[in-house]
Design a protein around this ligand. Sequence first.
Ligand SMILES: Nc1ncnc2c1ncn2[C@@H]1O[C@H](COP(=O)(O)OP(=O)(O)O)[C@@H](O)[C@H]1O
Ligand SMILES: [Mg+2]
Length: 399
Amino acid sequence: MLTRRALVLRQELLDRTRFSVAREQQGLGGKNEKLLLEDGSGGRWLFKVIDAHRPLSLYGEVAASALSVAADGRVPPVHSITLRINGQAVLGSIQRLSPITSTLEGVPPEKLSGSQLEQVLELQVFDWMAGDHDTKGQNKGVLPDGQLVNFDKTQFWRFGGTDRLDWLYHPNARPGNRAEFNDQIEPYANKVWKAWIAGKLELEPAAISRAVGRWELLEDELLRELAQGFAWVRSVLMPSPMHLSAGELLERLLARKRALRAEFAALLARASQARGVPRVSLAPAEPGLRDRQVQRLRRLVARLQAEAEALAPPPASRAMGEEELSVPMDDEARLRVLKFKSSDEPIERALADLRALLEARRHPMARAGVAEYIERLRRFGRGQVRREELEHVVHGRGY
Ligand SMILES: Nc1ncnc2c1ncn2[C@@H]1O[C@H](COP(=O)(O)OP(=O)(O)O)[C@@H](O)[C@H]1O
Ligand SMILES: [Mg+2]
């Protein structure tokens, strides 16, 4: 209940926010093109342009962010949005810019505090559940109080099903890359386990147990609900041999959750052996975990509610992202956004995608995916499609 409430409030807050393009465009790195935006109170947002031909990463980010509300609250809230930039529709994900002071990129694990090492382990539990292995130091932010933030879930379940929980598993490494580059993009938790095996630092397995315990508290039904938009879109977009029906993917996620404690216990046992110490075991989750989870969610909901009350409701006529954003001609960011393919043929592409979505029509959550396309068509379609028609097709026939 609290998780659902928090997600609804997050969406309401976003719907009430108006964006403009930030004057300063700092480069954050990463593969996707980015644009920094500002809201009316000077808050800064990161808009990540998503290739509309390959929107899966967007749904992965959104799903991971929703799952994180329920599990650990360490992934920033991420939403999908279509913005109109210099007259063009650009699909992307949007999130607040976290006030981080640094990331873990280039930081040797021995330099981390005990609490940060615990957090790395907790984030590893999340990332394993999400089947995300793009978990390099650059994707782990450090807040001024030392707390870690878990960024960039665009690779949600990218290797899921064929992946392994192992400090040597590094699927994004390529033999052709420079060794330093492979090292830079190595999952940060792998570095931590290697350092532990080498006796360079100490780890607190209770942190793993806690993180696992939080997933164990998450009901199957809620996990399904939070991941099914992604599962459904993936089932439509991902060809074989990686294809899975939405139901199959959800079953695999649930299976991963059920095996979570055993898998981490096995990891710990193997690492103990590699370090040459007696087997370190994983204690059962501490009592009181459920209460602490409920308290965390209550605080989150209260904070979101207060934020929503402080913001004026949106004008009834306004749809999210409707305002025209203009990026100055001489700004390099404009060129980056405009050269992007997602702006070229939004209507044709959206129609093709919609057809695919409709053909597959299997799951009620298809609405979440289809609604985004309908919104794009409504706003940017030049009369080729009537919204009523699409809505009738989608909502009237079995979705
Ligand atoms: N919400 C955010 N707040 C602050 N920094 C962020 C945020 N999201 C990402 N970053 C930083 O920017 C980098 C690039 O963003 P990321 O989401 O990883 O993009 P990409 O999908 O292109 O790799 C991240 O590695 C992280 O260091
Ligand atoms: Mg990244």
